[in-house]
Each structure stands twice: as C-alpha cells, then as structure tokens.
Design a protein around this ligand. Structure first.
Ligand code: GLV
Length: 329
C-alpha cells in the first residue's frame, strides 16, 4: 500500500475513505512545524494539506512524494516552481466553496457597513440606555456601488448576489471576464484606481501572488471614499494590515470586514484596537456541507493522483497538470 500523510485534523469519515486506498499517517493534532512536516513526509507517496507551506526543502526531503492535495482553493502555501522542478503534482479544491464563500463576503460586507459587531459589543457591555437618532449610523448597501477586485469564480458568485440589492457592479481583474459574464452580472470593468474612487463597498476576492502583495496599502486606502467599506475574504498579504488599521483609526474609510490576515493566526494587534472592523478567523468557506465537500474533493484528488479509485491518474483539480505521468525528479 502507498503511504500518505494527512497533515491536519479533518472529518474522520474522510480518513476512513483514504484508509481504503492507503496506509494513512494522520496528524490529528496541532499544526505541524516545518521540521515535523518534513520528517513525516520522508517516506510518503502523497499528502493532504490545508495551508501548510510546502517548498523546495520539504520536497527534496521527500523523494517518494508525487502529489500534495491542498484542502483549499488558494494554494499560495505551495511553491509551484519547486513542485514543477521536482515533478510533484499539486491539487486544490475550487468551485465547491464558491457559494458559501460568496455568502460570507456579503455577511462581512454588510456587518461592516451596518456596524453589526461593533454595536453588539457595545450592547453586551451594557451601554444601551436609550434610542439615539445617530446611534451607529452606517453606510447603505442597497442601491450602492459594489467594487469587486478579483472576478474569478467566487467574485462572480459574489457579484451575482448584488442584483437583489439593486447595486451597480464595477470590477477589476487581471483581465476582463467574458462579455456574456459581464452582461449577466451587469458588471463594468474599470481600472483599480477608478474602482477605489467609485465603490461604496470594495470586496477583495483575488488569489495571493507575489505581484499582488499589498494590493491595498495606504495609497489605495486614501483613494477610497471616507464612507466606504473594505472586505477581504481573499488572503492575508493582499492588504497592508498596518495601513488598514491606521486608515480605520483615522476614519479615512468607514469600516472593514476581514476574514484573512497577514501572519494569521496572529494578527496585527492594531486591528484589535479599532472598533470599526469586523474580524473573523478565516471561516468564509466554513459551512458543514462546504467543508465536507472540500475534504472529500481533496481526498478524491489524492486518490486519483496516486492511481487509485475510479479516476485513477486523472485527478479533477491539478494545479500543474504538465507533471502528470512524469517521473519524480
Ligand atoms: C480558503 O481560504 C481557501 O483557499 O479555500
């Protein structure tokens, strides 16, 4: 039997499925350190990760390893140049999380716009004595302008929901999406600067790459309306969190909703000191059915990539399909 490592706690029934094909080393505990991950991969043919960094050193120390299946759509934890150089396949879990993640983008955007968590903290602190005409005034969502940066599958799912809110949709992306998608979403392609200037609610849904590190920093925040909100459901590092905390403190923008952070699970302590930000712990895809779908898809990708099951040799979600069938380098 081939050997695999499951690097994270996941649904036990998914582990049982994997055991039908493999000898499974399951880390059902704390996140593995780089050293521990490297040590446990040394004799493995495959691995299932969820955000664990895998680069050249880890791959070099695991000469049998042929596939790493990430239980996430984002795979910025993989050094894909190193995967390609050693002919190791990476896989991810796109699509199954689109709708849950788009729902959550709306939840954060609306909570930020309407000051849901800020007012709840105030209420819980026993500060509610009387109705006030100016208590927790927020920014309207209905009829406003939504600015989506990153118009991939999740961005489109998010924008599709804007119709019911009678919103104007503007977007920025590496490239324009197909005209029929623009028409369906009633979305207008604009430059990043125009988007930042016009949008009442900016939502970030782009993958993290070196090129979009700090896509939103002090200069970009300064271009936004003082009444605007910023929501990040993409990845930490796309926003300069220190600059954002300062913009929120100075009320250069009205509010923010964040699910992802630079250096998470540790976050910039300044974010904890500003009231006008809704903070959640990277849970945009966290519904029972979506997380189950992600775990099963990650398992299916691993099973298929290691030549097992009904799709042997044909994993559904290869990131670097060119290495399929090539000998491990
Ligand atoms: C979650 O962040 C994912 O990339 O799936």
């Amino acid at each position: 039997m081939q050997k695999i490592l499951v690097a994270r706690p996941i649904f036990p029934d998914v582990i049982e499925r994997l055991k039908q094909h493999f000898e499974v080393d399951w880390n059902n505990g704390e996140v593995l350190s780089a050293e521990e991950l490297t040590r446990r991969l040394a004799d493995k043919d495959g691995a299932l990760t969820a955000g664990d960094p895998v680069g050249a050193a880890v791959l070099a120390a695991a000469p049998r390893l042929r596939v790493v299946s990430n239980m996430a759509v984002g795979y910025n934890n993989f050094d894909m140049a190193a995967f390609n150089a050693s002919n190791v396949l990476g896989t991810n879990t796109p699509d199954v999380l689109n709708e849950s993640t788009a729902d959550f983008g709306w939840a954060l955007m609306m909570a930020a716009a309407r000051r849901v968590t800020e007012s709840e903290h105030w209420l819980r602190a026993g500060k509610w004595q009387k109705w006030a005409y100016d208590g927790f005034l927020g920014t309207d969502v209905y009829g406003s302008t939504l600015g989506v940066i990153g118009m991939g599958r999740i961005g489109q799912a998010l924008a599709r929901r804007a119709r019911g809110f009678n919103m104007q949709v503007i977007y920025h992306n590496r490239s324009r999406v197909a005209p029929e998608i623009e028409a369906e979403l009633n979305a207008q392609y604009v430059s990043k600067t125009e988007l930042l200037k016009r949008a009442d609610h900016v939502v970030l849904v782009l993958p993290y790459t070196k090129d979009n590190h700090h896509t939103i920093g002090a200069a970009e925040l300064a271009q936004m309306k003082p009444t605007a909100t910023l929501t990040n459901i993409a990845r930490g590092g796309i926003v300069d969190d220190a600059a954002l905390a300062e913009a929120l403190r100075a009320k250069r923008i009205a509010a923010a909703g964040l699910d992802v952070y630079e250096g998470e699970p540790n976050l910039n302590p300044a974010l904890l000191t500003v009231p006008n930000v809704v903070l959640t712990p990277h849970i945009a895809s966290a519904t029972e059915s979506t997380r189950r779908a992600m775990a099963n898809l990650a398992a299916d990708n691993l099973i298929a990539a290691l030549g097992e099951g009904p799709n042997a040799g044909r994993p559904a979600n290869p990131i670097n399909p060119d290495v399929i069938g090539k000998a491990r380098a």
